[in-house]
Design a protein around this ligand. Structure first.
Ligand code: HEM
Ligand code: HEM
Length: 178
């Protein structure tokens, strides 16, 4: 396997962190939607939001910060090398665009003025979020195809190593005497 493609591979913990973080984002986002639109409780002064609704957003914001951190950690080796190698460009590119869109719309959720604009940004944000949740597994499943493409064909007998390489492997004894 070309060494650049090997550098694309994530360690087990790194990969697990990406999955946990994206899952946390999607789950807390969907829970917020569920509680915001379908769950109301009777308070002292009539209907009010369920106390958990605010908690889903707190956890969501926390996961969002983790996602940005992880995204940064993927840039120098994973994304850069895979892009140069031309592997998984489509699905990876979609993920990068979605991360950009989600980050900008998250900023908009905090700072865009006006109720109506915020409502639009909110809808845009969670739809992009759901697409991210679906795109990551597609991206990861593509690695199988990649690995098949770059795997050594073990059904073929090993070709004899060129004379130069053998000399290097055997070491000093075969070095030409000065
Ligand atoms: C937000 C951006 C991205 C995320 C969260 C992400 C995440 C992942 C994860 C979790 C894996 C599985 C772990 C592994 O196989 O080592 C993976 C594999 C892979 N990704 Fe990405 N990726 C992103 C962007 C990209 C981009 C932009 C490209 C290409 C231009 C790319 C190319 C690849 C390739 C080639 C593999 C398979 C590596 C292998 O054979 O193991 N990724 N990605
Ligand atoms: C890079 C990834 C993401 C980041 C950085 C991010 C960040 C944020 C931030 C900062 C907020 C505002 C929190 C607040 O008002 O206290 C928010 C709200 C929200 N996010 Fe995300 N998010 C991301 C991905 C997702 C995903 C994957 C979903 C999936 C469903 C999602 C769904 C939501 C929802 C439903 C809201 C509430 C919208 C509202 O207040 O009207 N987000 N997000």
């Amino acid at each position: 396997m070309p060494s650049r493609l090997r550098q694309v591979r994530l360690g087990k913990r790194h990969e697990a962190s990406v999955h946990v973080c994206v899952a946390a984002l999607v789950i807390t986002g969907l829970l917020w939607l569920l509680f915001h639109f379908f769950v109301v409780v009777q308070g002292e002064f009539g209907e009010q939001q369920h106390p958990l609704e605010a908690w889903w957003l707190r956890l969501h914001g926390f996961a969002g910060m983790g996602a940005l951190l992880l995204f940064g950690s993927l840039m120098p080796l994973h994304i850069r090398n895979a892009w140069q190698h031309g592997a998984n460009r489509w699905s990876g590119g979609v993920l990068v665009v979605l991360m950009g869109v989600l980050t900008l719309s998250a900023y908009g959720l905090y700072y865009a003025g006006g109720e109506e604009t915020r409502a639009w940004i909110s809808t845009f944000h969670w739809i992009a979020g759901c697409v991210l949740g679906l795109s990551l597994p597609v991206h990861v499943l593509q690695r199988r195809r990649n690995r098949r493409r770059t795997a050594v064909d073990r059904s073929q007998p090993l070709a004899p190593a060129p004379a130069d390489e053998l000399r290097l492997v055997r070491g000093r004894r075969d070095m030409p005497q000065a």
